[in-house]
Design a protein. Structure first.
Ligand code: GGG
Length: 358
């Protein structure tokens, strides 16, 4: 019997539409190859252009529309003529927080054929998952400004850590660590300087760890973690950190794996009350928009994460094998040192999918 999934596609801004279109083409090839898999795509044109026309980034009933989907396939948000905090809060965070996708899961691996700036680390040796708390912390939206423009102007940006929020992300991170061969979790904080919220994180990590006796874990301060990622990358497996810390660490991770252009992410509701949202980590990249050279690999890897989340692991594996085959063959976009266009990389992956044994 055919398994059918509704995918809400929100390409949004900049190179988002280019890489999501490429991803949909590749997903279509994967579904045809698998045979009994059908993906029904609902396209939503929300984003900065929608904002220019309607004064909002998405309509008031957008979350209700998204809830009808099995998963959301998102591109990127950001526009050179709209302040970044307006577009980020108007679209991406509205969706992640509105659908309580509280775990942002960011895998990093070396793909074959891709050169890393790290010395002496080979493909297969670096395999990390960074788990970013995605519902509160520094992105809680708490704070404000008073006495605007005056010498006594005050601005506050308050990070919020709740017991429920920290415990659920810690459990998700321990679960992910448990599911991986090395069963090791690193809990990242800044609990020497941030003596309230971050000490709270450390305490909750210790409490939750009692339920995961088969998982080893350690603690690292975020500044030390950046060094460890560069100098001792093999000591890392699964990482959990706050919304802001993990955002920064995962950009570093992507660069160490070769380029932000290959890094995928899933905004997951582990309890599956709402659809999860999958997107490349990269933003809208206005400097290369419309040039046809955006790297679609992050969008393909993102699509593979989405398929796996939907329970379609063989389809996800097939897609990743095709992507790895194309990278290994040196068909790479300029951010990876190659000359291939978005269309050429996409076509190569579509052909690799067609040539594979399903
Ligand atoms: N596809 C990811 C994306 O569009 N990111 C836009 C952005 O500015 N993100 C900042 C953040 O999530 O902290």
């Amino acid at each position: 019997m055919t398994r059918q999934y509704r995918i809400a596609s929100v390409p949004a801004d900049g190179i988002g539409p280019e890489v999501i279109e490429a991803g949909l083409e590749v997903l279509d090839a994967v579904a045809s190859k698998i045979g009994d898999l059908k993906l029904v795509i609902d396209r939503y044109e929300w984003g900065s252009n929608w904002y220019r026309k309607h004064g909002v980034f998405m309509p008031p009933d957008a979350l209700a529309w998204l809830r009808t989907a099995d998963a959301i396939y998102f591109g990127a948000v950001g526009d050179p003529n709209i302040p970044d905090h307006v577009s980020l809060w108007g679209l991406r965070l509205q969706i992640c927080q509105g659908l309580d996708q509280y775990a942002n899961v960011r895998p990093t691996r070396f793909l074959p054929g891709v050169t890393s700036p790290l010395r002496n680390v080979n493909a297969g040796e670096l395999d990390w998952v960074i788990v970013r708390e995605n519902s509160e912390g520094e992105y809680a939206g708490q704070g404000g400004r008073t006495h605007r423009g005056l010498p006594e102007e005050v601005a506050t940006e308050v990070a919020i850590f709740t017991r429920r929020g920290v415990e659920r992300i810690m459990r998700t991170a321990f679960d992910i660590a448990r599911s991986r061969p090395r069963k090791h979790l690193t809990v990242v904080t800044k609990s020497n300087a941030q003596r309230h919220g971050m000490v709270f994180w450390d305490e909750i990590a210790a409490l939750v760890s009692h339920d995961y006796k088969d998982v080893t874990w350690d603690k690292e301060l975020v500044d030390a973690m950046t060094m460890r990622m560069v100098l001792r990358p093999r000591t890392i497996d699964t990482v959990v950190a706050t919304n802001l810390h993990a955002d920064i660490l995962s950009d570093l991770a992507a660069a160490l794996a070769g380029s932000l252009g290959i890094a995928p992410t899933g905004n997951i509701d582990p309890e599956r009350r709402n659809p999860s949202m999958f997107e490349p980590i990269h933003g809208s990249a206005f400097d290369i928009t419309g040039k046809g050279i955006a790297n679609p690999v992050a969008s393909f890897w993102t699509a593979a994460m989405m398929l796996e989340h939907l329970g379609e692991k063989p389809a996800a594996d097939l897609l990743m094998k095709a992507v790895e085959q194309v990278c290994k063959a040196g068909i790479l976009s300029p951010d990876l040192g190659g000359k291939a266009t978005t269309k050429e990389v996409t076509q190569a992956v579509v052909e690799a999918v067609r040539g594979m044994n399903a």
